[in-house]
Design a protein around this ligand. Structure first.
Ligand code: ASP
Length: 356
């Protein structure tokens, strides 16, 4: 595991980085990153990073390339944590959250609790491009999407509906729902249990993608169906600028997946970018932010018997020199990375605690 980032290191490298940035930011980025676009994403983003890099090579901006990359996952019913086929809220309704941020203009757009629209990241991009606002929620976000011609559709797949109903049937022996033994034989329930382990697991997932163009320009996107079976109207970190994503064109771009409330309370993505501003590498910045999240996790129900966090958060980052990194609270997380001219690959995220 990499060494703890010391204050002196941060100050030393931070001062150097600040001086270099002030002198010639564009020249420095171009020299360190000669026309090799790169994208980093959560582990479910292997195809997405490839697509994002292809788009950047074709001249698309990093933020629009990120949106194009994650669209593949939003449309994929096999990913039950994002877009179409995402697991619904407590009431069986799919509510999606997404946000984008452009490092060159420092503009962002976001939608939360959006229903019936398969590509919330594309709607978030429109919010950024077509309005003076940053975040639209619920009915207002849906009307905005309609106005821009996004088709409405049922996002609840049969598989997601069955998994949700199974969760209701098994959640408590004291409510009105009966646990049906035959449910467990259903191939969709078996698929879910094989993939997510525990019977009552409430999977997290989400896709974050940060992209850096060949000129060091930056953009990012996070899109999700949120925590499975969440309270209706609950919004996590994903569409919140500073929490689920943040991008500063002079520094780098970062994002998060996992337990949204933990990330929100530390402003996770913004914190990663600030550590990079002080000179930390993307991986060091993600690790240091993980430490901050652990320090800020005070509620007993969020900790195990040893006082370690029970819920995971994984952070992803790229700086304007095109270096990438990722770290998580708990072991086992992966991230996807693709550099122009190379095939996309999965790498292991650094971590603070081995999973027990
Ligand atoms: N961070 C998301 C949320 O809290 C969930 C996830 O990443 O799966 O809504």
């Amino acid at each position: 595991m990499p060494q703890l980032l010391t204050r002196r290191h941060l100050l030393r490298t931070g001062a150097a980085a600040a001086a270099a940035t002030a002198v010639a930011p564009r020249r420095r980025a171009a020299a360190e990153n000669p026309l090799r676009p790169v994208a980093v994403a959560s582990g479910n983003g292997l195809a997405a990073v490839k697509e994002a890099v292809a788009r950047m090579l074709a001249g698309v901006s990093p933020v629009a390339a990120a949106v194009a990359g994650v669209a593949l996952v939003e449309a994929d019913p096999e990913d039950v944590t994002v877009g179409y086929g995402g697991l619904p809220n407590e009431d069986g309704v799919v509510q999606l959250d997404a946000a984008v941020m452009d490092g060159s203009t420092m503009r962002a757009g976001a939608v939360a609790a959006l229903e019936r629209i398969k590509h919330p990241a594309q709607v978030a991009l429109k919010v950024m491009q077509h309005t003076t606002r940053v975040l639209l929620v619920g009915e207002g976000a849906l009307r905005f999407a309609r106005a821009h011609g996004f088709p409405e559709e049922n996002l609840l797949t049969e598989r997601a509906r069955k998994i949700w109903l199974h969760w209701k049937n098994t959640a408590s022996p004291d409510d009105d729902w009966l646990e049906l033994p035959e449910d467990s034989d259903d191939p969709d329930i078996q698929w879910f249990e094989k993939r997510f382990g525990r019977r009552l697991a409430r999977p997290t997932g989400t896709i974050h993608l940060s992209a850096c163009g060949g000129d060091g320009s930056l953009g990012c996107c996070t899109t999700t169906s949120g925590l499975a079976f969440k309270l209706p109207g609950r919004v996590g970190d994903s569409p919140l600028v500073g929490a689920g994503l943040y991008c500063d064109g002079e520094v780098g771009s970062a994002g998060a997946t996992g337990h949204g409330e933990s990330c929100m309370l530390t402003a996770g993505a913004h914190t990663v970018v600030e550590f990079m501003r002080q000179g930390a590498s993307p991986q060091e910045a993600c690790l240091e932010t993980c430490r901050r999240i652990v320090r800020n996790t005070r509620l007993d129900y969020l900790k195990d018997a040893q006082g370690r966090p029970r819920n995971n958060v994984t952070l992803y980052a790229v700086n304007r020199a095109g270096e990438v990194g990722s770290a998580a609270l708990l072991s086992g997380a992966h991230f996807a990375v693709c550099r122009a001219g190379e095939e996309p690959r999965l790498e292991s995220s650094a971590y603070l605690f081995a999973r027990t």
